[in-house]
Design a protein around this ligand. Structure first.
Ligand code: PLP
Length: 373
């Protein structure tokens, strides 16, 4: 038998250095720990309206074929996306959530120990994790006082070995977005050999903002290396089914296709996503509920004297001006699960997802009680 220490040393150094990802605490876990019922989770940026009903019906129907392997190419979903986005199917790649596509981009285009991944401080944590897991150097550039990406600093930081820039727009956990003018400044300085991966996981919420740049519109013959990542996990309410997509040059998508596992998205997920894409009513309701919730939660928290960062997504980042962990713990005691952000380098901050109207009110009430405001 191995000594525990011997096992601990089995993976290479870059794997041992990875800090485990800390997902939001499940409601059931908290309820069991505290012996309570009725806890709520506003920690994982999920859709409080639930899955798209059309998506759900399609998923049910697809289950009858669960004994068969899925169409590995996801043809029906890619065809629907191609039509919706006015691109060709070979400009699309599917992933088990956009998380898988982030990881696939790193795995496909970066040589371990040679090519680097660049993003900005407090950017979505998966970029670092994916780079680290593959032994790819990861570097971050500064943000401004509002925790917004400084695109000029990002452009200035590009080195000859920079292979991928991940730009989350809007970003999680800050909620900040890069404007069209800022993106254009970055593009003006982007060398042709650098992939700009625009992570638009919250696109459906942010795209209503007038100066929000839809990255795909900037892709052209002269700018072939812009890749857009999107997901069905947020506005479409299908986080549990794990399906997202990338849009980009057919050459780049073709390489992703070579590297991915043959059946990386399930038949149920593909069918649910295809139907959800056509569920305009659910999408509009999700956007409207989120906009109202952002307003309610943002105004409510500011009224409690809390600093609330502007958000273009379905969550808000709050700064408590002191270690946020005791507040996080006290909220847990009241059955409200938020997300502490020490792992993201923001020890004084919590991220609060927009929930249902009742969840938003309950969250505000709990924060009020905990802060004694
Ligand atoms: C910025 C950003 N990108 C990507 C993802 C990954 O989402 P999924 O893998 O569910 O598509 C998330 C999820 O929280 C996110 O916040």
């Amino acid at each position: 038998m191995h000594e525990p220490d011997a096992l601990a040393k089995l993976p290479p150094e870059n794997i041992r250095a990875i800090a485990p990802y800390q997902p939001g605490k499940p409601v059931e876990t908290l309820e069991r720990e505290l012996g309570i019922t009725g806890a709520i989770k506003v920690a994982s940026n999920e859709n409080p309206l639930g899955p798209s009903p059309l998506g759900l019906a399609a998923a049910h129907a697809a289950l009858a074929g669960a004994h068969l392997y899925p169409d590995g190419a996801g043809h029906r979903l890619r065809a629907a996306l191609a039509e919706r986005l006015a691109v060709t199917e070979d400009e699309l790649a599917l992933g088990a959530g956009s998380n898988e596509l982030i990881e696939l981009l790193v795995r496909t285009f970066c040589r371990p120990g040679v090519d680097e991944v660049l993003s900005h401080r407090h950017a979505f944590m998966m970029y670092r994790l994916a780079a680290q897991a593959h032994g790819v150097p990861y570097r971050e550039t500064p943000v401004d006082a509002e925790l917004r990406c400084d695109v000029d600093a990002l452009a200035a930081a590009i080195r000859p070995n920079t292979r991928i820039i991940f730009l989350p727009n809007p970003n999680n956990p800050t909620g900040a977005y890069v404007t069209a003018a800022e993106l254009e400044r970055l593009l003006a300085k982007l060398p042709p050999g650098v992939i700009l991966a625009m992570d638009e996981a919250y696109f459906e919420y942010a795209s209503m903002i007038p100066d929000y740049p839809v990255a795909e519109r900037y892709r052209s013959a002269a700018r072939r290396a812009i890749v857009t990542l999107r997901t069905f996990s947020k506005a479409y309410g299908l986080a549990g089914l794990r399906v997202g997509y990338a849009v980009g040059d057919p050459m780049l998508m073709g390489y992703l296709d070579r590297v991915r596992m043959p059946f990386n998205t399930s038949s149920v997920a593909q069918e649910a996503a295809r139907a959800a894409l056509g569920d305009e009513a659910h999408l509009q309701a999700s956007r409207a509920a989120n906009a109202a919730g952002l307003e309610l939660v943002g105004t409510g928290l500011r009224g409690l004297g809390v600093r609330v960062y502007a958000s273009a997504a379905n969550f808000v980042l709050i700064d408590l001006g002191r270690d946020a962990l005791p507040v996080y713990d006290a909220l847990l005691q009241r059955g409200v699960i938020t997300r502490p952000l020490r792992p993201a380098g923001l020890p004084n901050c919590l991220r609060i997802s927009i929930g249902s109207v009742a969840e938003n009110r309950r969250t505000l009430e709990a924060v009020r009680a905990v802060l004694g405001a």
